[in-house]
Design a protein around this ligand. Structure first.
Ligand SMILES: *[C@@H]1O[C@H](CO)[C@@H](O)[C@H](O)[C@H]1NC(C)=O
Ligand SMILES: *[C@@H]1O[C@H](CO)[C@@H](O)[C@H](O)[C@H]1NC(C)=O
Ligand SMILES: *[C@@H]1O[C@H](CO)[C@@H](O)[C@H](O)[C@H]1NC(C)=O
Ligand SMILES: *[C@@H]1O[C@H](CO)[C@@H](O)[C@H](O)[C@H]1NC(C)=O
Length: 461
């Protein structure tokens, strides 16, 4: 019997645990959905759990926000002003309330209302590379009036899977705590000031977004963005980021685009080939939820019924879709449980292949990375070279679409493509025939090889 070593076992459970937690798919229960669609309201979970206690040094609201940067308002941490000094051409801090101030960089068309530390972190983020060859030209799509949806984006040529539609940094970036605690009037005054620091065309693009006033536009068009991935910093690092160009993209439960937010860069990638004339779409909700849940969520949280292609299916097809989603959930749970039990001997590689098929049949192309990665690993564990290679290739592409190019799991999948038989997962579940001395032979031949632990990625691949 090939026993898995404890580290491998841990990493195996991480495959499923961690890939999931890294997964950008929002969890409907927790309402982690970072996108606040253009005609909806804030996802309740985006509000900080713990509201800050009112500080006695918090300035009362005045019409004039231009009081100077006041160190006495700042926490000790921020009093070390120089540490968070923003290099030119950044402006700020101005218009401070408590430890939050306005900062801007008009040449990048970005304004912030946040703490000195967060402003500093944001100013240090690398900008999207103008030389990225995967980013398509803006003439590859155009704006048009979409019946029942307002303005949307339409492909002007075939856009291929993996091509990047746009990469943007926010126009407005607002710390979540003041946004969820300050009065409407304070916010409106501040955000107006923040916008006025930016070029005229940027202001116009911002104002074209859905919402009655600037604050409402922030509420209805923001993505949740963290400036710092240290879990301890979460409350402080949580921001609302508004990308007016991205706000043009309408919702579909079976979107043809996937987005990722890395630092302050928002990237939208095609997840399947898109034909000329087809609308470009992103999903505002959790794709793998049942029809009734999708309806309830869109209606309750965002106030509009789900009318996307997947929600408008005739009832037989809609039932088939729900059945597939149930099967996906059951199968994922089953694989996870079996993987954690008896060294995974009850797993059958066909389960992984079936899962890929269900995802594709259900048109969930935007969320393929964990499924392809899992399939490549499981087929490799059972020594199915052709299928392991096929899925590893798909996994690399999906991981890069969903998580970006410098992705550890993508690296590991590339490693598998280069040298499947040297990958730690290769044939670790293949058992020698009973009664033979296969085990000893195999061991001598060194079929069971494992890469050093250091070569495994975070998610255990
Ligand atoms: C995020 O920003 C940090 C520096 O602030 C940088 O080291 C890192 O490479 C950035 N990540 C990406 C994906 O751009
Ligand atoms: C569509 O692409 C063609 C060239 O391929 C270009 O001439 C045209 O202006 C584009 N249309 C729009 C609306 O961008
Ligand atoms: C902005 O619009 C929202 C929603 O229509 C409203 O509740 C809010 O009071 C408005 N804010 C201001 C400052 O008028
Ligand atoms: C493991 O990583 C080392 C470098 O850290 C590299 O030389 C080696 O080829 C890798 N092996 C595998 C199997 O990935």
């Amino acid at each position: 019997m090939y026993l898995l070593d404890p580290i491998l076992l841990t990493s195996l459970s991480l495959i499923f645990g961690l890939v999931h937690s890294q997964d950008p798919i929002p969890n409907p229960e927790k309402c982690l959905q970072p996108l606040i669609p253009s005609n909806q309201q804030i996802c309740p979970s985006l509000l900080p759990k713990r509201l800050p206690t009112p500080q006695n040094n918090q300035k009362p609201l005045q019409d004039d926000f231009n009081h100077p940067y006041d160190h006495s308002n700042l926490d000790d941490e921020f009093a070390l002003d120089d540490e968070y000094h923003l290099p030119p051409p950044w402006h700020g801090p101005t218009s401070c309330i408590s430890s939050y101030c306005l900062y801007s960089n008009p040449s990048l068309s970005i304004s912030l209302f946040t703490t000195p530390k967060n402003a500093y972190l944001t100013s240090q983020f690398p900008l999207p590379s103008p030389k990225n060859r995967k980013v398509i030209s803006p003439s590859s799509f155009y704006e048009a009036q979409i019946p029942g949806k307002g303005i949307g984006l339409i492909a002007n040529r075939t856009i291929h899977k993996g091509e990047i539609i746009m990469q943007r940094i926010p126009t407005l970036l607002i710390q979540a705590i003041p946004h969820s605690t300050y009065s409407d009037r304070t916010k409106e005054t501040l955000y107006k000031k923040a916008l006025e620091l930016l070029p005229e065309d940027t202001q116009q693009k911002f104002m074209r977004q859905y919402g009655n006033n600037i604050t409402a536009k922030v509420d209805k068009n923001s993505f949740r963005m963290l400036t710092d991935h240290d879990p301890k910093a979460e409350g402080e690092s949580e921001h609302f980021a508004v990308f007016p160009d991205v706000s043009r993209i309408n919702h579909d439960c079976r979107p043809n685009l996937h987005y990722r937010l890395q630092n302050h860069t928002h990237t939208t990638v095609a997840v399947r080939d898109i034909s000329p004339g087809e609308e470009l779409t992103l999903s505002y909700i959790y794709g793998q939820s049942l029809y009734s849940t999708r309806q309830a969520h869109l209606q309750q949280i965002w106030g509009f019924p789900c009318t996307c292609s997947q929600c408008s299916l005739p009832s037989l097809l809609s039932q088939a879709s729900d059945a597939r989603i149930r099967e996906i959930r059951n199968l994922e749970k089953e694989i996870e449980e079996k993987m954690a039990r008896n060294n995974g001997i009850e797993i059958k590689p066909e389960m992984a292949g079936r899962l890929v098929k269900l995802y594709l049949d259900e048109r969930l192309e935007a969320y393929m990375a964990p499924t392809y990665t899992r399939a490549a690993l499981i087929y490799s564990m059972f020594g199915d070279e052709a299928k392991a290679m096929e899925y590893a290739k798909e996994a690399v592409e999906a991981l890069e679409r969903e998580h970006g190019e410098d992705n550890g799991d993508a690296e590991s999948m590339k490693e598998m493509l280069r040298n499947l038989k040297g990958h730690w997962s290769w044939r670790i579940k293949v058992r020698p025939p009973l009664g033979s001395s296969g085990e000893a032979k195999e061991k001598k031949k060194g079929t069971v090889r494992r890469a050093p632990v250091a070569n495994r990625t975070k998610s255990g691949i």
